[in-house]
Ligand binder design. Structure first.
Ligand SMILES: *[C@@H]1O[C@H](CO)[C@@H](O)[C@H](O)[C@H]1NC(C)=O
Ligand SMILES: *[C@@H]1O[C@H](CO)[C@@H](O)[C@H](O)[C@H]1NC(C)=O
Ligand SMILES: *[C@@H]1O[C@H](CO)[C@@H](O)[C@H](O)[C@H]1NC(C)=O
Ligand SMILES: *[C@@H]1O[C@H](CO)[C@@H](O)[C@H](O)[C@H]1NC(C)=O
Ligand SMILES: *[C@@H]1O[C@H](CO)[C@@H](O)[C@H](O)[C@H]1NC(C)=O
Ligand SMILES: *[C@@H]1O[C@H](CO)[C@@H](O)[C@H](O)[C@H]1NC(C)=O
Ligand SMILES: *[C@@H]1O[C@H](CO)[C@@H](O)[C@H](O)[C@H]1NC(C)=O
Ligand SMILES: *[C@@H]1O[C@H](CO)[C@@H](O)[C@H](O)[C@H]1NC(C)=O
Ligand SMILES: [Cu+2]
Length: 762
């Protein structure tokens, strides 16, 4: 191939990656994740944990294809980890002590996404001889994050993944997970075994779909209660997988699925209906809008507002059923629409959706990442279609005629955009100065805030099994996006960052040296925020548990230019920022420090201690004090080496924008060709949506048939068997940690490992 703008861009990205340039707005490649990053979470300041579905990844562990890895932030290299069960489209959440759990998944799968070679009674996979995975539909997998100084081979650093010891009461695929104020995770709904959307059509059994839907909720750790039906799951039937759930100040949860909305009390199972989503725009999977809570700040008195952007307004019939959509989704534009919902308004007014600025482009599978400067980044996704994959739609019954392979989305959006919740309406969105990646991030991609305030972007795999030759291939490349604040010449280096944050209680001091900022100390102090950021557990364009909270503060300016921040603890209500791990950033004039990992709350599941909020000392100003840091932006390379190619090529942010513009324009020409190629079935090329070029239709090439991505599942509700003998009933084993049996030393009601799966292995 001749040198194309694409390869020039690739060269530029590769160069940037090698030299670790941190150019504001750039997206640089950041190594191989070994398994495709369907799910990720930040374990600590060093490690990102990655989980894939079970599939034919080349990377091996224990003699089978790996489905988990740990990625080191500093070295940008991954190592495989062992998972026993299939975590395909699980949910996940942090725990108060900094460990993480993932919930549910799919049955055992073999090559081609086919049901595992050994079946359980209901006909789904119990185990597969080739991929050597077990049924994960009820699994609760727990991981204690470790650092490079720990022994990664030790049991304590590995996944605990044994449903015979620890599992849910129900099979859940695509369930929602949201913690309550005590750290207990509520697990809501899901498919029993899978499909495109959670219904048959016509929908004659909206509750159970003949055994394919799971309309109940349960808790981890279990409170001993049997799973209860949530009526909302029946009302929203069809479009209720991965429901959007956000704990509210009262302890009720905002729950959104299909186009319905409610407040729900998990303690009493009481539903309080809220208005429907305007325009019937669907935000849950597979419409997969970008949905996140806006930053909780002293200015909004920590009142949660949830922002819903994009997704799809396909009509009821178009959505189809478990098998596939009724229409060719890749030709159906995704929504641009954004709506805000404040479910518990401070003034007691009636909650209502409020129309917000449209996104710059429609997106399905767009994903919000809360940044420490108070803005919301959106990355990934496509301009048309939905999440999910399939070998057919009702309109295109032959796999060989599918123009984007199994992908039900098209037009990958390579350019991030940033939403500023505090900007005036009409000006909240911008992508000025942001680069464009040439890597499609569609179904099963993910993104996560890192401790240095950059964002890792990884995954994308709209394929039933690994496929490196299709138009949207199984993606192993990670990228790092550097938000605009990476243009700063100086970043704050605070000292005195705490290791824990409590709910109310005494304030603490953080010191910013004069070298951390420039100009007037008073101005810098006035424009400093202390941000508690929880990156969340990401999958399917969501970051479950993601939160951003500004802590209240006052300050004292010293004559040497240092600024002492007097910082309040979190507000005395654990519903606002549930207990567990978080990053703390100090942000001066919009420039964040590195985040340090800490624990919010007492580190245990249970009622969190709270105290009254302390009164902060009155701020002390000093007009003469100044910062000694280098001010302004360097408009490009911000590494100390200062001699990267990137720095030479791009002298300033203005130049960077110009270059991106030119590349964008060249993309337009190149992509028009690639689009044609795409439509004619040539593999390995696709159109990023940054062009408006019209689409020449070609003749689709023939493709070999493959197993259906979504099995039409109408199974009964009987439990999956665990292990190789299909006679073993997993239902007998749920919450073994709670029931004493076979679990040395545990005793229900005592916190000494009562729900600690690692306990028995010590
Ligand atoms: C969404 O919910 C409505 C009822 O609230 C229902 O009629 C409709 O079928 C649902 N849509 C899908 C695609 O399941
Ligand atoms: C997206 O859908 C629109 C409307 O059907 C169509 O014109 C366009 O070609 C589609 N884009 C891609 C990348 O397929
Ligand atoms: C990969 O995708 C292409 C195009 O969709 C298809 O023809 C091929 O069979 C797939 N390969 C595998 C191994 O599934
Ligand atoms: C605070 O910093 C932001 C980001 O640099 C800047 O846009 C804003 O104008 C500053 N505010 C004040 C009051 O200086
Ligand atoms: C932030 O952390 C990175 C390592 O991830 C380090 O290289 C850098 O020097 C740190 N920067 C500051 C301002 O502390
Ligand atoms: C922040 O702290 C100041 C000083 O203690 C106090 O006056 C103010 O009410 C606090 N803000 C909020 C939102 O609690
Ligand atoms: C879904 O609808 C298609 C088209 O009407 C039909 O062929 C298929 O059997 C249905 N699948 C299920 C699981 O009902
Ligand atoms: C954290 O808590 C979970 C759930 O109680 C437990 O399984 C895990 O072992 C704990 N982690 C550590 C490091 O103690
Ligand atoms: Cu999925």
């Amino acid at each position: 191939m001749l040198i194309s703008p694409l390869s020039l861009l690739a060269l530029w990205l590769a160069t940037a990656s090698e030299t670790r340039a941190q150019t504001a707005g750039s997206i640089v490649e950041a190594g191989d994740t070994l398994v495709s990053a369907m799910m990720m979470f930040l374990g600590n300041e060093e490690k990102v944990y990655i989980i894939d579905k079970v599939e034919g990844n080349a990377a091996q562990i224990n003699g089978h294809a790996a489905s988990a890895a740990v990625w080191d932030i500093n070295s940008r290299t991954a190592e495989v980890m062992n998972l026993v069960t299939n975590a395909f489209c699980a949910s996940g959440m942090h725990l108060p002590n900094g460990s993480y759990a993932t919930f549910g998944g799919n049955g055992a799968i073999g090559p081609g996404g086919n049901i595992g070679s050994q079946r359980n009674a209901a006909g789904s996979g119990a185990y597969d001889d080739t991929y050597q995975d077990y049924d994960g539909t009820k699994s609760i997998r727990v991981l204690n994050p470790c650092t490079s100084s720990d022994n990664f081979d030790s049991t304590q650093c590995q996944w605990f993944d044994d449903p015979a010891v620890l599992s849910m009461q129900k099979q859940r695929w695509y369930s929602a997970a949201e913690p309550m104020a005590d750290g207990t995770v509520v697990l809501i709904g899901g498919f029993v075994n899978g499909g495109y959307i959670n219904r048959n059509y016509p929908n004659t059994d909206p509750a159970y779909e003949g055994g394919a839907a799971e309309p109940t909720y349960e808790f981890y750790p279990s409170n001993g209660q049997a799973p209860q039906v949530m009526q909302f799951m029946i009302k929203t039937s069809g479009l209720n997988a991965y429901a959007h759930t956000f704990n509210m100040p009262s302890g009720k949860m905002l729950v959104q699925a299909n186009y319905s909305t409610m407040l729900w009390d998990p303690k009493t199972n009481t539903e309080y209906p809220l208005p429907d989503m305007p325009g019937n725009v669907v935000r849950v999977y597979p419409a997969s809008g970008a949905v996140a809570m806006l930053p909780l700040t002293p200015a909004n008195n920590w009142t949660p507002t949830v922002l819903f952007c994009g997704g799809s307004d396909m009509n009821d019939e178009q959505w189809g059923n478990y098998s596939f959509p009724n229409i060719d989704t890749w030709d159906y534009p995704a929504s641009k629409d954004c709506q805000r919902m404040t479910a518990e308004p401070e003034d007691g007014s009636t909650p209502a959706y409020e129309q917000d600025d449209d996104m710059l482009e429609g997106r399905t599978m767009g994903q919000f990442i809360a940044l420490p400067d108070g803005t919301m980044l959106v990355v990934n996704g496509g301009i048309n279609g939905t999440a999910g994959y399939s070998t057919a739609t009702t309109e295109t019954p032959n796999y060989g005629d599918m123009p984007f392979g199994m992908s039900l989305a098209s037009g990958p959006v390579g350019t991030p955009a940033i939403y500023n919740p505090n900007a005036p309406k009409g000006s909240r969105w911008s992508n000025a100065g942001l680069g464009t990646s040439d890597i499609a991030r569609l179904y099963h991609s993910s993104a996560l805030l890192l401790p240095d305030a950059s964002v890792i972007i990884a995954g994308s795999n709209p394929n039933v099994d690994v496929n490196l030759s299709t138009i949207f291939p199984t993606q192993y490349k990670a990228e790092i996006f550097y938000p605009p604040y990476f243009a700063a010449k100086t970043r704050p280096v605070p000292s005195g960052m705490p290791k824990t944050i409590s709910y109310g209680g005494d304030y603490f001091d953080i010191t910013i040296p004069a070298s951390s900022y420039s100009g007037s100390a008073n101005d810098a102090a006035d424009n400093t925020t202390v941000m508690l950021m929880r990156p969340g557990w990401t999958t399917h364009a969501m970051n479950m548990g993601q939160r951003a909270m500004q802590l209240n503060n006052t300050y004292t300016v010293n004559s040497d230019g240092s600024i002492v921040l007097h910082v309040a603890q979190a507000p005395p209500n654990a519903n606002l920022f549930q207990p567990g791990p978080a990053l703390l950033f100090v942000v001066v004039d919009g420039i964040p420090s590195n985040g340090t990992m800490l624990t919010v709350g007492n580190g245990q599941i249970g009622t969190q201690p709270t105290s009254a909020a302390s009164t902060l000392p009155t701020s002390v100003r000093l007009d003469s004090a100044k910062g000694s840091g280098e001010g302004g932006s360097n408009g490009g390379d911000s590494t100390s080496s200062g001699s990267t190619h990137t720095g030479a090529i791009i002298g300033g942010i203005v130049a960077a924008i110009a270059v991106v513009g030119v590349i964008g324009a060249l993309f337009g020409i190149c992509m028009a060709r690639r689009r044609r190629a795409a439509r004619t079935g040539t593999s390995g090329a696709y159109a990023m949506s940054s062009t408006g070029a019209s689409l020449p239709l070609g003749q689709p090439g023939p493709r070999t048939s493959d197993s259906s991505a979504f099995m039409p599942l109408k199974q009964d509700n009987s439990s999956m068997a665990w292990g190789n003998q299909s006679s073993t009933n997993l239902a007998d084993h749920h919450y073994r940690d709670e029931t004493n049996s076979g679990y040395a030393g545990s005793s229900y009601g005592q916190p000494s490992g009562e729900y600690d799966p690692y306990y028995q292995r010590r």
